[in-house]
Design a protein around this ligand. Structure first.
Ligand SMILES: Cc1cc2nc3c(=O)[nH]c(=O)nc-3n(C[C@H](O)[C@H](O)[C@H](O)COP(=O)(O)OP(=O)(O)OC[C@H]3O[C@@H](n4cnc5c(N)ncnc54)[C@H](O)[C@@H]3O)c2cc1C
Length: 396
């Protein structure tokens, strides 16, 4: 069988690429090391798959070149994702902050769209096929893979590397793309877990642990970014959407700031309240905004049993600092086992932004998470995976 291209990885990018290539009458084969395609799609969004975000622009992506995604996003827009899935019976329901989930369906239905289309168009997805090495012979890519303990080779003029990032190794994640890039002297932007919970150790550990299970709406920020969403206390530190978001911008040793009452001014609230009812305790005031458990925990920093009329200037300053400038210095993160994506990857300077073809390896394309393009939480990473898969399909 002659193939126009070999796609490595039947994830979001590889599957979209195979289908779009099929629409153009191109024949591809997808090699996938797992026993089924789309393993990460299946677990995404808690099994419901947040497949795009209606507000996605280049601004929600982290990359050494913040403009790199613009060309791909022009070629394949959020509307295109929505229309594509609607064509195959998946309609989006917005959950929050523009996040689209399949209405009345789930991640399995999303994967089925791709597997059914591949079957209809005769695009082969070969599972349990782990690619081990690649040679380039006279402009042809010879791909060596292992299947049923046998070594096999196939060849095609074009090669698509869509092997994803490092998160969740137990689900098949590999460093294949990074190793391949290193072997061919392609630059790699330093990789790290992203959209990942942060850990707290040392003297503050017990304070956080006692709040395990409590969730608070906050504004979490550092010098680069800020997010208003919930944070979740756990017995080892902090999680929840706002923490996952800031984790992508966080570097070891840095502090993050947590505003525990965003868009309000606790001193103004205090001053108004004092005029009407200065005899209430500080705890009573704080209980309006937080659970009793959380307010009690703030007792470590604040004189909760004092009446608000009796608070000194220093105590009011402490109140402002605690509520609006709660500083946390995470010890680390929960690593690739718990990360949703990988930050960094194949340097975008190595690729054409229009085609995603390698500038050095002609006929070789990189898409999806292995590229130095990392989206925020909320459907952005799939939007990049679909867009990059589409763009590559136009060129192979
Ligand atoms: C728990 C979790 C939840 C998530 N939820 C969401 C969400 O709701 N919305 C969102 O936008 N993003 C979400 N993401 C991120 C999203 O899943 C990824 O960004 C996306 O899957 C990346 O697509 P990809 O095609 O680049 O890689 P992947 O989907 O990871 O696919 C890569 C494929 O390559 C295969 N492979 C690797 N090496 C080889 C090899 N040597 N030979 C053959 N095959 C190989 C892998 O087995 C894998 O199937 C989530 C991630 C996780 C971990």
């Amino acid at each position: 069988m002659a193939y126009d291209a070999i796609i490595i990885g039947a994830g979001a990018c590889g599957l979209m690429c195979a289908v779009q290539a099929g629409f153009l009458g191109k024949k591809v084969i997808v090699l996938e090391k797992n026993d089924k395609p789309g393993a990460k799609i299946l677990i995404s969004g808690g099994g419901r798959c947040n497949y795009t975000n209606i507000g996605a622009t280049h601004e929600q992506f982290i990359s050494a070149n913040e403009h790199f995604v613009k060309s791909a996003f022009k070629q394949w827009t959020v509307e295109d994702s929505i229309n594509f899935f609607e064509t195959y019976g998946i309609y989006g329901a917005e959950k929050t902050l523009g996040q689209l989930f399949p209405e009345g369906k789930n991640a399995k239905d999303v994967v089925n769209v791709f597997t059914s289309l591949c079957e209809e168009m005769g695009q082969q997805i070969l599972c349990n096929a782990e690619v081990t090495s690649i040679n380039n012979n006279d402009g042809e890519y010879q791909v060596n893979y292992r299947i049923n303990q046998k070594e096999k080779t196939i060849a095609a003029p074009k090669l698509v590397i869509a092997t994803g990032g490092l998160p969740i190794p137990k689900m098949g994640a590999t460093d294949f793309a990074l190793k391949f890039a290193r072997k061919h002297a392609l630059n790699i932007v330093e990789t790290a877990p992203a959209l990942v919970p942060l850990t707290i150790t040392g003297k503050d550990e017990d304070w956080f642990a006692q709040l395990s299970g409590n969730s608070v709406f906050c504004k979490v920020s550092n010098e680069e970014a800020s997010f208003e969403e919930n944070i979740l206390f756990t017995h080892w530190g902090l999680s929840g959407p706002a923490i996952l978001q800031i984790s992508s911008y966080w570097r070891r040793g840095q502090e993050i700031n947590i505003d525990l009452l965003p868009n309000e001014n606790i001193l103004q609230i205090l001053s108004t309240e004092r005029q009407h009812n200065g005899r209430i305790q500080l705890s009573t005031l704080l209980n309006r905004f937080y659970t009793k458990k959380f307010t009690d925990a703030l007792g470590k920093f604040l004189p909760l049993s004092k009446t608000i009329a009796d608070l000194t200037k220093a105590e009011m300053e402490a109140l402002e600092q605690t509520i609006h400038y709660f500083k946390v210095k995470p010890a680390g993160d929960k690593g690739y086992d718990k990360a949703e994506v990988m930050r960094g990857g194949i340097d975008t300077n190595e690729l054409s932004s229009k085609t995603l073809e390698s500038k050095k390896l002609i006929g070789c394309y990189f898409g999806g998470e292995c590229v130095d393009v990392t989206g925020w939480l909320g459907g952005y990473n799939f939007q990049w995976a679909w867009a990059s898969g589409y763009v590559i399909a136009q060129c192979i």
